[in-house]
Design a protein around this ligand. Structure first.
Ligand code: ASP
Length: 327
C-alpha cells in the first residue's frame, strides 16, 4: 500500500466526526478499481453505449475531454431520449432549449445554456472552454458562437416531442410537473488510466419549464463539479433544489474531507431536505447525485427509489440501482 493511499484511508476514518452522514446510507458496496483502470460513471440507464464509448475513446488514446464529449454525444444523438438533445421535450412555449457543461482535469470549464437548434450542446460547451476566455455562454450569444464555430443550426423538435407538447397543453395547463419522468439529465464522470478526472452533463431541462428557465445542469458547482485532487460529482432531478445547495461542489468538498462518495451524496440530499422541508414532503420531488472519488470509488444516492447509474470499471459496464436516501 502506498503512502498516499494510507493517508487517504486515515482521512476517511478521521471523518467519523460526521456520524450523521455516515449512518444515513447503506455501506459502500463498490470496490476500488485497480490504480490504472479506466472508470466511467454516468447517470441513469439510457440503454445506449454511453460509458463504453467514453472508455473506448481513452483506450484508443483519446483525451479525457474527448471521452466525456463522445460519451455524452451518444445520448444527445438519440431522438428517442426525451430529456437530452434532439428529441427533448420543449418548454411551455413549445421551444426546445438545451443546457450542457464540461470540466477537465485542470480545472477548466465550459458551459452553454438556453441554447436552441444545436444538436450537440456538450460540444459547444467544450468549445467555450477551449476557445474563449469565458466559462458560460447563454441563449442567442451561445447560438451565434456555435454557428461561428461551424455547428449547424436546425430544428431539434421531433414529431414525438411535438405530440407530447400538444397533449400536455390540453391536459396539464401551465403547471410544470416535477418528478423523475421529466428529469433525466446525462451526467458523466471519467477517470483515466493515470487517475485524472473530468466530467460533463447535458440536458433539455425540465419538460414544460418556463421559457428562459435554466436548471442545475450547465451550472458549474451545481449540476457538475470536477476537482482533480478530490473527485467529481454530477446530478439529475429538480435543478432548482440542486442549485440552492451547490450540490456537486459540496459533494466534492465532502470527498476531499474523507467522506466516501455515497455518504457525500446522501449529505447533499439531506442538506436539501433540511433547508427546504417542503421537498421532503413532496412525493413527486426527485434528485439523484453521482460521485466519483479520485481513487476511482463511485457512489450515488437518489432522494427516493428509482435512481440508477451506469458504471464502467474493470472493463465491464453494469447498471446499478442507487440506494434511496433514508434517515
Ligand atoms: N437537472 C435537470 C434540470 O433541472 C433536469 C434533469 O435532470 O433532467 O434542468
Amino acid at each position: 500500500m502506498t503512502m498516499k493511499r494510507r493517508r487517504f484511508i486515515q482521512t476517511i476514518s478521521a471523518s467519523a466526526a460526521m456520524p450523521a452522514i455516515l449512518s444515513m446510507s447503506e455501506p459502500q458496496k463498490s470496490s476500488l478499481p485497480g490504480s490504472g483502470d479506466i472508470v466511467v460513471a454516468s447517470t441513469w440507464d439510457f440503454k445506449l453505449p454511453v460509458n463504453e464509448t467514453s472508455a473506448n475513446v481513452l483506450e484508443q488514446g483519446g483525451s479525457l475531454v474527448d471521452a466525456v464529449e463522445q460519451g455524452i454525444v451518444v445520448v444527445e444523438n438519440d431522438p428517442s431520449v426525451t430529456s437530452v438533445g434532439q428529441g427533448g421535450f420543449p418548454d411551455r412555449d413549445g421551444h426546445l432549449t438545451l443546457d450542457a457543461c464540461i470540466m477537465d482535469s485542470e480545472g477548466n470549464a465550459g458551459s452553454v445554456m438556453f441554447l436552441e437548434g444545436i444538436e450537440h450542446p456538450i460540444s459547444v460547451a467544450r468549445k467555450v472552454m477551449e476557445q474563449t476566455p469565458h466559462v458560460m455562454l447563454a441563449g442567442e450569444g451561445a447560438l451565434r458562437f456555435a454557428v461561428g464555430e461551424g455547428f449547424r443550426e436546425r430544428s431539434l423538435l421531433t414529431e414525438n416531442a411535438r405530440k407530447a407538447y400538444k397533449e400536455w397543453l390540453t391536459s396539464s395547463g401551465y403547471n410544470p410537473p416535477v418528478g423523475k419522468e421529466n428529469h433525466d439529465t446525462v451526467g458523466l464522470l471519467v477517470r483515466d488510466g493515470e487517475g485524472r478526472l473530468a466530467g460533463g452533463c447535458s440536458t433539455s431541462g425540465a419538460a414544460w419549464k418556463m421559457r428562459g428557465r435554466v436548471g442545475d445542469s450547465p451550472i458549474i458547482g451545481a449540476g457538475l463539479f470536477v476537482d482533480n485532487e478530490a473527485g467529481a460529482a454530477t446530478s439529475s432531478g429538480l435543478g432548482e433544489a440542486v442549485i440552492k445547495i451547490a450540490g456537486s461542489a459540496i459533494i466534492v468538498e465532502l470527498m476531499r474531507q474523507g467522506v466516501p462518495p455515497e455518504e457525500a451524496c446522501a449529505e447533499a440530499v439531506d442538506r436539501i431536505f433540511r433547508r427546504q422541508p417542503r421537498y421532503r414532503d413532496d412525493p413527486d420531488f426527485f434528485v439523484g447525485f453521482l460521485a466519483l472519488r479520485k481513487d476511482g470509488a463511485v457512489g450515488a444516492i437518489g432522494s427516493r427509489k428509482g435512481f440508477q447509474y451506469s458504471l464502467y470499471s474493470g472493463g465491464t459496464n453494469r447498471v446499478i440501482d442507487a440506494p434511496a436516501f433514508r434517515r
